[in-house]
Design a protein around this ligand. Sequence first.
Ligand code: PEP
Length: 279
Amino acid sequence: MFSLLRFKSLSLKIKSVLLRPINYTIIMRKNIVAGNWKMNKTFSEAEELTDQIVLEMEDKDLKCELVVCPPSPFLEMASDYAEESRLKVGAQNISEHESGAYTGEISAPMLDSIDIEYCIIGHSERRKYFNETDQQLATKVDLLLDYGIKPIFCVGEVLEERESNTHFDVVKKQLGNGLFHLNSDEFSNVVIAYEPVWAIGTGKTASPEQAQEMHAFIRKLILEKYGKETADEVSILYGGSCNPGNAKVLFSQADVDGGLIGGASLKANDFLAIASSFE
Ligand code: PEP
């Protein structure tokens, strides 16, 4: 568990023998690499991939928590693997309703009943193709937290917004509307994924400097809202064409605490190579 944490945030005051306080600032937050499988794989393929990931994990001293987010029909299978290993499982979405006549939807209590630990919320594909609004996303976040499931809350700008230099405003609004109604106890269970939409599935990755700049901005907003301790402890993942070739430099940025991985999470070797990229 301890090796998952980067020494980034914990302020310790230690008194010297002369009773003069010495301040050490050690920063601690969790590194996470999460795979978003989207709408890919059949049951047997999903089972094979999960099996390979779990096998490969066993031999590695990973410095991150590894999460797979398979399509909903495969969640229980993945959850069974998680019970016997260090693998964690996340869903890709939930309904904004707790139960009832919502054909085709899956709910937070359903995820809870099969021990799902995480759930992606507000992925740009859900915002774009399913017209999910900030208000719906805020409701989903609340439901997840009520059931003890950690949201991986996605934010990010489209290309025109970056080109018109409004990307900081866009991300600020997404965070404000989707998350900032939470109190700090609730917020401490949230993971944020910064995913510039122009980098998702395009092979175009944000530069390490662009990623760091936005992650630092997000952390500053959290600091202003919730204070330093909360800001130092929240994990902020980067997503958008992350692969074994660029993960190391992205993850070495001070405010990048791992990745939300799409395409490259569909191959166990690539996924594990990305997860092995922490210094
Ligand atoms: C994603 O969809 O969350 C994602 C990051 O996709 P990709 O890695 O394929 O760009």
